[in-house]
Design a binder for this molecule. Sequence first.
Ligand code: ARG
Length: 301
Amino acid sequence: MKLINFKWQQLILSLGSLLLIIACKSFYPTNNLDAIPLRVATDPTFVPFEIQRASGNLEGFDIDLMNAIAKVAGFAVQFESLPFDGMISTLQAKRVDAAISGITITAERLKTIAFSRPYFKAGLAIAVREDNQNIKDFNSLKGKKIAVQIGSTGANFAKTIPNAKISTFNSGPEFFQDLLNGNVDAVVSDAFATLYAIKNGKLKGIKVVADLLTEEYYGIATPKDSPHLDAINKGIATLLSNGTYKQIYQKWFHAEPPQLPDSWHGTRGLGDKENWGQGERVLSSSHLLSSCPPVSSTPYL
Ligand code: ARG
């Protein structure tokens, strides 16, 4: 009898401790996702979205935004510099958890990786040397020498220009230098980065022609089925509603941010030959030029 009592006591005790452990666990949830910092890739040659200072520090609109998302979502971020061209395959291989790098959401990219909700309204522009009088719109790019960044939406767009001779480069500073040197007639790349560089005086002798060629949206990229995407999306929504997004936008662009859609519905103008020469008047160049603040000591070229 005594022996049975003892066994019962033991059973009750161990059941009790088990219940206590379960109760404690649900009270203090241990979320492994939060414990390990998110490895976030970026190509810091895309001023003013990601800039690497001489000290090695990263700065820029994307960097501020990612840090703010991490803060509201409750995770830490560890940035890793990567060439833009390798970004998508690195995400696919899950060697990083996310990438923020002014990456345009496209249907093609969505086949292999996932994107957050749009966080920035952007578009492609044509840049030429200031003395160039014959490239005035997209039609006049036919047969011309054009520089683009490898793997970019600008590169895809340039491929659709009849008889264009395309030179590809790894980073913005390189293709603008080629334009300045007279090796190419034009650059097709993201309008904000181009206008920002011109405005900051680091790209003397270059101008942007015509209207924007496309309307694109940047998204934070993750591998498919990422366990972090939901937190990232909720973070963006929080920053949009609590005014932090606006603050970061004004810090870098001195302008009111445009309305962003909740989800991505496509890119306008890209590869759409019928729209050639008309341009997509999504943002006016003059608005951007007057709104870009200088980044002091940016080693742009
Ligand atoms: N928005 C363009 C694209 O997604 C170019 C982005 C370039 N970004 C960079 N960090 N170099 O293709």
